[in-house]
Design a protein around this ligand. Structure first.
Ligand code: FE2
Length: 335
């Protein structure tokens, strides 16, 4: 994929760092229930990864006063791409902070943190500690048997601006939701060869809509719901199981003890050919958000995680000017 001259070469969505208000409760949810492996922990933080991940972590949970997104992180191809990221965002006139190895997130080397044009705190790094292969340690696999972090889904008030920004970073677009005049309601964009590393849901932003976690098979998605039912903790299930039209993912949405949303999913598809074409859904096609036409509950459209700035203060949000949930769309029953 061709890159703008100064854009860093992004490899993939790599990890998210969340503030949580009750770390032991979060540990129950993410480790005991979902089956994340603990790579490191102390009194105030947890570093977690899935069974297929060979780097130090894909999720960091830190005890904090407010449930929020601290930052999203993308891995870039070389150390030089960290410099490119610093230059790219500095030239855009945005807040940029260099974080030397040892001063930022544990396990991560030299990094740069920025507030991107959409208002999100985002880190770019290349170096990260390697981790032991767990894919065939079946004796350790538990719960949802999370394989890996796959994507970030973010709420932003301006979907076309988000599309333009990620295009300038060299992301391809696998799928969209569009109106009759091709106005853009949502987009799924990728650097690795899957449906997405990041997707945009229209709504007040910047907010984190969900983290997408891949499992290998649909029975692991169903098993997650069954475990929550068996524990009489079904209140953590927000939506699904179901089949997305967009991406073909078989999905289940949960809310963690702080309300951070997570999607457990399987079965998206390969997008790596150079002439891979964008698949466009009409916003009035009820199959786009659920292929079987099941209604999307209002909280899924309206609620999301606030984000912090580089100094740890909560970012104000801007209301959407194009919000899919405000369209009258049959099975959704909203609008
Ligand atoms: Fe997702």
């Amino acid at each position: 994929m061709s890159l703008a001259r100064s854009a860093p070469d992004v490899v993939r969505s790599a990890y998210a760092q969340l503030a949580v208000t009750d770390l032991p409760k979060s540990r129950w949810f993410w480790v005991d229930l979902l089956g994340f492996h603990v790579q490191y922990e102390d009194a105030t933080s947890l570093y977690l990864r899935g069974t297929d991940e060979l780097t130090h972590h894909s999720l960091v949970l830190r005890q904090g006063p407010l449930a929020a997104l601290e930052h999203l992180a993308y891995r870039v191809r070389t150390p030089l791409d960290v410099d490119r990221a610093e230059k790219f965002f500095t030239e855009l006139g945005l807040p940029v902070c260099r974080v030397p190895a040892g001063q930022g997130t544990r396990g991560v080397g030299d990094a740069v943190r920025v507030v991107d044009p959409l208002g999100f705190p985002v880190e770019f790094f290349h170096e990260i500690d390697r981790a032991e292969r767990l894919i065939q340690r079946y004796d350790l696999h538990r719960g949802a048997q999370v394989a890996r972090l796959d994507h970030f889904n973010i709420c932003t008030a301006d979907i076309p601006a988000a599309y333009a920004h990620y295009t300038s970073l060299g992301f391809g677009c696998s799928e969209t939701i569009e109106g009759d005049e091709h106005e853009l309601y949502a987009a799924w964009m990728y650097r690795k060869q899957t449906v997405h590393d990041v997707a945009f849901t229209g709504g007040a932003g910047p907010r984190l809509h969900h983290l997408g976690l891949a499992t290998h098979e649909s029975h692991q998605v169903l098993r997650t719901a069954d475990i929550l039912g068996a524990l009489h903790e079904e209140r953590y299930i927000e939506r699904g199981p179901g089949r997305h039209g967009v991406s073909n993912a078989f999905y289940l949405y949960l809310r963690d003890p702080d309300g951070h949303r997570v999607e457990i999913y399987t079965s998206d598809y390969y997008t790596g050919d150079p002439d891979h074409e964008t698949y466009r859904w009409n916003v009035h096609d009820d199959r786009r958000r659920d292929f079987w036409g099941n209604a999307v509950i209002e909280s899924w459209y309206k609620e999301a995680t606030p984000v912090l700035d580089l100094d740890g203060r909560q970012q104000p949000t801007i209301d959407a000017n194009l919000d899919e949930s405000a369209v009258h769309v049959g099975a959704d029953g909203l609008g």
